[in-house]
Design a protein around this ligand. Structure first.
Ligand SMILES: [Zn+2]
Length: 260
């Protein structure tokens, strides 16, 4: 059954509260939209905390981003949402926020592209990093264009994260997976380095999507996700004291007759 616009307004309020409570936004950051039919969007207002919105704060705009209805002004990132809807007819909702661990990876210039966890490989494949672009301008989406058709979640360089799906809960869950994965990747690295799965296991996970009823855009590609075979083994590090090093050099030079 199709949901009414009032139900969808309530859904955005609920998801806004969740992303605020989870600490994925500060102050008035973030924005959420839902596609209404073919020609309109329901979107969050600018200048309001996403944790404190009311259903009547939502704005309806057309697919050029012009406001059609609403007392407030629409989000300043409407162009990014429109770009995603244009490139992905299957997408009905877009959620953008700044979840701190995933955004930390984006600020460090790192994609979340290691094959580490079955759920993440099945649900998202990997999460690419789109190049930085000035917010509120067309530059913001430029770096995202190659990735939007191929992925359902993106890191935005020096900025945050955007996820999209068949409804607002699906988009929200994708962001929850991204942030959870970012935390686990960070912990694995703090503990001495993540152990990446081999290609044969990663292929099995991609093949298992049908069994789990997962509809994801990403396909297995070289380097996305990074599998064990992609990583060159690190050379073994060994510790040696200054005295030991001098005695080894001394010995070597002596046997070659350089020193007597
Ligand atoms: Zn943002």
């Amino acid at each position: 059954m199709l949901k009414s616009i009032d139900q969808l307004r309530e859904e955005i309020v609920e998801i806004g509260k969740l992303i605020y409570q989870k600490g994925w936004v500060a102050a008035n950051d973030g924005n959420i939209t839902i596609r209404l039919g073919d020609d309109r969007l329901l979107c969050t207002p600018t200048g309001v905390s996403k944790g404190m919105m009311k259903p009547e704060d939502m704005i309806i705009c057309d697919m050029q981003g012009n406001k059609l209805e609403g007392n407030r002004e629409r989000t300043s990132e409407i162009a990014m949402h429109l770009t995603i809807y244009n490139l992905r007819p299957d997408i009905r909702s877009v959620v953008h926020a700044h979840p701190p661990t995933a955004t930390g990876f984006a600020a460090a210039g790192r994609a979340l592209n290691l094959a580490l966890l079955p759920e993440v490989v099945i649900c998202l494949g990997s999460i690419p990093l789109a190049e930085y672009g000035l917010p509120g301008t067309p530059a913001l989406t430029e770096g995202m264009l190659p990735y939007i058709p191929k992925y359902d979640a993106l890191l935005m360089g020096n900025h945050g994260c955007v996820c999209y799906g068949t409804d607002v809960l699906n988009a929200f869950f994708r962001m929850e997976t991204v942030e959870h994965f970012a935390k686990i990747t960070l912990v694995a690295e703090l503990l001495g380095g993540a152990k990446v799965l081999p290609r044969v296991e990663v292929q099995k996970l991609f093949d298992a999507r049908g069994r789990y009823g997962v509809n994801a855009a990403s396909r297995i590609e070289p380097g996305a996700p990074i599998v064990a075979e992609d990583l060159t083994p690190r050379s073994e590090k060994l510790e040696i004291t200054r005295e030991e090093l001098i005695s080894i050099l001394d010995e070597a030079l002596r046997t070659r007759g350089v020193l007597s």
